[in-house]
Unconditional design. Structure first.
Length: 172
């Protein structure tokens, strides 16, 4: 622990360290913590994008062109349909739960979560049923594999929407 503090002190006392301290402030200040946390979030996002790219490359190699195209289609349809299915609740939950937590209004948090889950579940089921009907009506225009993959995407939509709500709630 002392070694880390010595390294930190040495870095802060160097010329680049003093310049950085002038720009973002001294350790412990709000400005410093915001800068540190921003860099941390950027690193996590960059790592996430890199891993996503690596997984896509591995899947493309393992699945082949046609199967990876079907996988990409299903994921794109899911990503597109989850937005109206969640009604913007993930962002709302982050904001409102934080405010309710500060006020200690636990009943309002439970009610908001219940309302968000029910509304998103009903909306996602409706969108999935409508999508399934459209897919059935246009099934002669798609290959058998394409119909099965899209049907699975529609079946996964309610679960995906609830997962998005859960992620919005956990980000507090």
């Amino acid at each position: 622990m002392k070694v880390i503090k010595d390294i930190e002190a040495g870095l802060l006392n160097s010329q680049p360290g003093r310049a950085i301290t002038q720009i973002i402030g001294k350790p412990g200040t709000l400005r410093f913590r915001l800068a540190r946390d921003t860099v941390g979030v950027m690193a996590i996002r960059a790592l996430s994008m890199g891993l996503s790219f690596a997984v896509s490359v591995v899947l493309a190699r393992l699945l082949g062109v046609r199967e990876f195209g079907l996988y990409s289609l299903a994921m794109s349809v899911l990503g597109l349909l989850v937005v109206p299915a969640t009604f913007g609740f993930p962002q709302l939950l982050v904001r409102e739960i934080a405010a309710y937590r500060i006020k200690g209004e636990w009943g309002l948090i439970r009610g908001l979560l219940r309302f968000a889950r029910r509304t998103s579940l009903l909306a996602s089921l409706g969108i999935a049923l409508l999508g399934g009907f459209v897919l059935w009506a246009l099934s002669d225009r798609f290959s058998g594999e394409g119909v099965r993959v899209l049907a699975l995407a529609f079946l996964a939509l309610p679960f995906w929407a609830l997962l998005q709500l859960s992620e919005g709630k956990k980000s507090l």
